[in-house]
Design a protein around this ligand. Sequence first.
Ligand SMILES: [Zn+2]
Length: 678
Amino acid sequence: MVRVAALLLAAGCLSCLAGPSSARCLRGSRGVAVAGRGPNRRVARQAPASPKYDAAFITQYLATTYERDASAACNHAITAEWEYITDLTNSTKEAIYNEASLSLAAFEKEQWDEYFQNLDPEEYEDPVVRRQVEFLLSLGVSALDEQELKDLNTYELRMQNVYSTAKICPYRKQRCDLGKEGYELDPEIESVMAKSRDYDELAYTWKAWHDASGKHMRQDYKNYVALQNKAAVANDFENMGHMWQAGFETDYFYEDMQDLWDQVFPLYEALHTFVRRRLRAFYGDKMGEEDGLIPAHILGNMWGQSWINVYDLVEPFPNASSYDVTKALMEQGYNPLRMFRKSDEFYTSMGLQSSNMSYGPKAVIEKPRGREIICHGSAWDFCDRKDFRIKMCTKVNQDDFRTIHHEMGHIQYYLQYKNQPYMLRSGANPGFHEAIGDTIALSVDNPKHLKAIGLLKNYEDSDESSINALMKMALEKVAFLPFGLLVDMWRWDVFAGNVTESEWNRHWWLLREDIQGLRAPVSRSEEDFDPGAKFHVPGSYQYISYFVADILQFQLYRALCIEAGEYRPDDPTSPPLHKCDFYNSKEAGAKFSKGMALGASVHWSEALETLTGETELNATALLEYFEPLHRFLREANGDLEAEASPVSEDDASSAATTATTTAATLALLLLSILNRYL
Ligand SMILES: [Zn+2]
């Protein structure tokens, strides 16, 4: 994920991708009024008074004084935040960071009061200046008064602190000394969730984590929601959910998200059915009644958002080749630094810029000893056009190898748009930043490329090994889609007051069951606050960006593959999309660079057109990529159904009915939720 000023109340400094609390985000594209009946429009506002300064003055001011002062204020705040986030228990750093956040908020507010509040974008002929003016009209959370800002900061920090320092006792010693024997999320708890195949140990660990994290945040979250909404109203939005969505500058945002989900739903459903049956074959009656849902704790991941860790249980063709990059990385003596260098080498092979400063001495690429740190990987832009850093507790495995390429994508984007004005140094929309590095990772993480860089030996390419490789990718990318959608659906409902606080947790599980098809492993109540057990909720990071990015990255990948001559969509003799590798392709690199360099200076549809020739998001590339797997899944699921199953025919047909009903319910529920906003 991109580094956000999640905690920064007034960050005029980071990418818009950044957290919702990041003020440039809030001041930026999120503030742009959008027409149409989408929910993210601003509410009617009285005609503004005449601006104090004319267009010529503001144009000059933005290019000189504001550029200098805003960059410096941002740099100061980000530096203080970095110091604190990489040393969480240091109270001096915490105080400095709090102070820096407030002073940045004060700076933004002063500027807005004096120069920006009454500007009229129509007076600006230069589209790039006009866009900055549009962004500057919105003040973001800096619109709150000082005490409210302090309070909001306190709630956010406290929730993040609970999340980052939560520990649990191991399954085999459930009464333990937490200080000495407690498990942290990263690495111990995540490792249990990934590797254990003991149903009860997984259920215990799942529950213990939710008890230790989300459960302690409910009151703070309630206060956080109230203040976030207050800030949104001060910016002429109905609530913070609407303000977040405005960052996409799309009139029909809900319809667009709904349409994308509709496109990918049949593929997700086929994958879900296949995996559910394999898991049932392994866990048997432990899984409870067959209701078409999968218990959320047995998918190899705390949130069921990636299923790659249960690949061994669902491998389509155990006798065909498969690949295990973790083993190869270990055998070849890779360490974190070497993994970063390898990633940098991919980017530069395309003629893109080296990001070597981002994993140099100022960065954190391994978990430090002796201090607490938020381990969740992030990429930071220090607003001075030269300091960019990665923070990541890297482990030597395939997952982290992929994450490195993801984080390096953020850095590459920062580098590409660093010459844009301060207000436009940001992604084209909140999904673009998350998609860049993943696009590269799609090219890296396929057998052809891994072979080329020596990480894959004795691999036999066949139709069956291709299905195995696609399954691995689907367990990450397809499995993620509903989760990527529902986290913010829950928050939009919370911000809008569509669900009362007394039903927050129930609503979370309604969405998880109906969209993701997962059910809670143990009974839940309103004593629990399960959304808080996911980093991005206490962290106040927008999540729908990941859903958008999950789809967008395949669009970008397909375009770069075509540019590199690795894929010819209209030629039946072309290799399939999933076998493309644009390593070393300067043509693909040039195209990528041109689109990234635009930053937020144009509407995202223009950036998309530069990158792909298309102007709209769509899932056709994703579906093209997974087409062979989808065919396999349909056949396998159908075959399984047709097979005389161990149960009677009646049972088999009722199971089939359940599956169909679940799918229909899913679609209906989704429609009803989305339509609520229309
Ligand atoms: Zn990211």
